[in-house]
Ligand binder design. Structure first.
Ligand SMILES: [Zn+2]
Length: 235
């Protein structure tokens, strides 16, 4: 799902700190040394400042690093990771730019697709809908836009999204376990391939109705399946 230094991942360690990919590290072959432990507080405080100049952004990130002896810098997307990891039930965050998914995000209709589901497993793994973020610069502007989108999703649906779609950029998935994040990312990529395949016929797409989505989303046997899929790896 990632080439070169694309994408970044993070995990909450405790109430005060989290681990995030170092800037420039490649996700394909990353090891423990590629992650940096950071404090939430300076990053979340920086995010709440209405206007933080560009030169301050880097110093805020550096001030959050727990062990500066490594010389590594946290990913510029650490603002987005810190915000999402501060939400209830979020222990891990994955972010990548998978090819089929990104193709979908480059279509004019990407925003309206975020509210649709095509098949039951997409609901089980990715949620009843996805939060959508119109294109914005990476880093602090993206983190603020993600916060805005997650909050409006929560107000509309009374639950947090499992997947967040970034227009012309990529995918974010959140979860209690690494398995939950992986399932959401893999299924988002699959559903993008299915959607693109269906659209490429030139015929009319038939998404599930809101009633069908709601029924799957709340069925007890589906929540059992979710548990079986997602409890295999715990934090
Ligand atoms: Zn990205």
């Amino acid at each position: 799902m990632a080439i070169l230094a694309e994408g970044n991942t993070s995990a909450r360690e405790d109430a005060g700190t989290f681990w995030v990919k170092a800037s420039g590290a490649g996700l394909r072959d990353i090891g423990e040394a590629g992650f940096i432990q950071c404090l939430f507080e300076p990053i979340l405080r920086g995010m709440s400042h209405k206007s933080l100049p560009d030169d301050k952004v880097r110093s805020v990130l550096q001030s959050a690093v727990c062990d500066r002896s490594s010389g590594l810098a946290p990913s510029v997307e650490s603002f987005m990771h810190a915000y999402l990891l501060s939400l209830p039930g979020v222990e891990f965050v994955g972010h990548a730019h998978p090819i089929a998914f990104l193709s979908l995000m480059c279509l004019e209709e990407a925003g309206q697709f975020a509210d649709q589901r095509l098949f039951p497993d997409e609901i089980v793994c990715c949620g009843a809908a996805s939060a959508f973020v119109p294109y914005v610069d990476p880093g602090l502007p993206l983190a603020r836009a993600v916060q805005e989108s997650v909050e409006s999703y929560y107000h509309a649906k009374a639950e947090l999204p499992k997947t967040i779609w970034l227009q012309n950029h990529g995918l974010i998935a959140v979860g209690r376990t690494t398995a939950e994040v992986m399932s959401a990312m893999l299924m988002s990529e699959k559903s993008s391939q299915v959607r693109l395949g269906a659209l490429s016929t030139g015929r009319k797409l038939q998404p599930l109705s809101q009633e069908q989505v709601a029924r799957i989303h709340t069925r007890p046997d589906e929540s059992y399946r979710q548990k079986m899929l997602f409890i295999t790896e715990t934090h």
